[in-house]
Design a protein around this ligand. Structure first.
Ligand code: SF4
Ligand code: SF4
Length: 419
């Protein structure tokens, strides 16, 4: 349930301004400005809610620079729910934001498109066609993208694979041990079908029947972050309906950026969603407690795999440990935590587009850590982080392959792209 302004103020008042969160905040670490710290942002939000401050451009700028990584929540002894404060103030921020009509229309179009499975599929096919049939090089050469202010967004697009069609049921191989439902996500469905197929491959080989409800849609995170809580709640309700009635052991998500909001449906929609939310589980965590491993054949991999902990997995789902356990199943693999894992990579949602400078500074830290740790591979459980880090590795000329942990495992079990 979205907090109303008196509730938001109550939440903000729980901050005792101790400052213990400050050293954990990536933007504060970079700017050393109180206004770019959690404590400073909470004070600003309080000022606006109490009517002492106007929601000025400066106010909006300090909130926009926040990554919503929620590292501050983990550090807070008063358990201030910073994430709900930030989400709760966003509609007010969006209403006060000055911006061109073109930008508003583009944002509306993007949010509408990701809200519809059909729209997503068309977008995926359209963008792949654009990349493959000469549109991309023409648009880049013509300067059109720069003129429309889309050059950065377009450059951030990964090479899109062919769009996959998902069956509604994937039977277990051998005897059936259990049944799970798979959440596809929106960006993952378009840009990282391989990870979804790898998850189905591993789950079915371990003896789990996998259900993929057709009517599922985007988790709503982009809409909530974009200051549209009504649209986010509507998407959440559509997902509740899509997964209703499935007697599954878990609703498995491969992208922690989707898993985190799905797991919070109970907090946003109330008791009607608590059963759904309780079943949501990150795929690595589910696989750690899954049965059937004794029969699985996993080929060794004599290489160092660095693990990047996405903020959504570490600070919200608290499930990062499962990734190390899962990758530890690969014989001879040397699995190490990427140094600096307590800091966001900068690839948070649309952050690289809205705050490119800070996003790049944070990614540079990751590139430096990767250079030093000598890894051949990088594992990350969130599609947004994977795309952002891949782009950074290419720009830095580092030949490190980025994969989802479940894709690593699936490949060592014989996965060649098809589930
Ligand atoms: S969410 Fe992250 S960037 Fe924002 S205030 Fe908290 S720690 Fe800082
Ligand atoms: S740690 Fe919690 S109580 Fe202390 S300043 Fe940060 S948000 Fe406020």
């Amino acid at each position: 349930m979205e907090k109303n302004f008196p509730e938001l103020l109550q939440e903000a008042n729980r901050c005792v301004a101790c400052g213990l969160c400050l050293p954990h905040c990536p933007t504060y670490r970079k700017t050393l400005s109180e206004a770019d710290s959690p404590r400073g942002r909470i004070a600003l939000i309080k000022g606006v809610l109490e009517g002492r401050l106007a929601p000025s451009e400066r106010f909006i700028g300090h909130l926009d620079l926040c990554l919503a990584c929620r590292a501050c929540e983990n550090a807070c002894p008063s358990h201030v729910s910073y994430g709900s404060l930030l989400d709760g103030i966003r509609p007010l921020v969006e209403a006060a934001r000055a911006g061109s009509a073109w930008r508003r229309a583009a944002k509306r179009l993007l949010l509408r498109t990701v809200a519809s499975p059909r729209g997503l599929s068309l977008m995926g096919r359209g963008l792949r066609g654009y990349q493959r049939w000469g549109g991309q090089s023409l648009a880049r050469r013509s300067g059109l993208l720069r003129g429309l202010g889309l050059a950065r967004a377009e450059a951030a697009l990964p090479d899109l694979p062919p769009q996959r069609r998902w069956k509604e049921v994937y039977p277990a191989h051998g005897g059936q041990r259990g049944e799970v439902a798979l959440f596809l996500g929106c960006v993952a469905r378009i840009a990282d079908g391989e990870t979804l197929a790898a998850a189905i491959f591993v789950l079915t080989r371990l003896g789990y029947r996998v259900r993929v409800p057709k009517a599922q849609t985007c988790c709503g995170a982009l809409h909530r972050r974009g200051g549209e809580p009504g649209a986010a709640d509507e998407l959440a309700r559509r997902n509740l309906d899509a997964f209703a009635g499935l007697a599954v052991d878990a609703i498995v998500s491969t992208a922690s950026g989707c898993g985190a909001p799905l797991g919070e449906y109970g907090a946003t929609l109330g008791v009607e969603a608590s059963g759904f939310a309780a079943k949501v589980e990150d795929v690595s965590r589910f696989l750690c407690r899954a049965q059937g491993w004794e029969e699985a054949k996993i080929q060794p991999l004599a290489a160092t795999i660095a693990v990047h902990d996405p903020c959504s997995l570490r600070n919200v789902l608290h499930g990062e440990g499962a990734v190390y356990t899962l990758l530890g199943r690969i014989p001879r693999a040397h699995v190490v935590a990427l140094p600096g894992n307590d800091q966001c990579c900068g690839g948070a949602g649309l952050y690289p587009l809205s705050q490119p400078e800070m996003a790049e500074r944070l990614r540079d830290d990751k590139m430096e850590a990767l250079r030093r740790c000598g890894a051949a591979f990088l594992a990350t459980s969130n599609v947004g982080c994977a795309m952002w880090l891949k782009q950074g590795l290419q720009a830095a000329g580092l030949g490190i392959e980025v994969l989802h942990p479940v894709t690593f495992l699936a490949r060592r079990m014989g996965f060649a792209g098809k589930c």
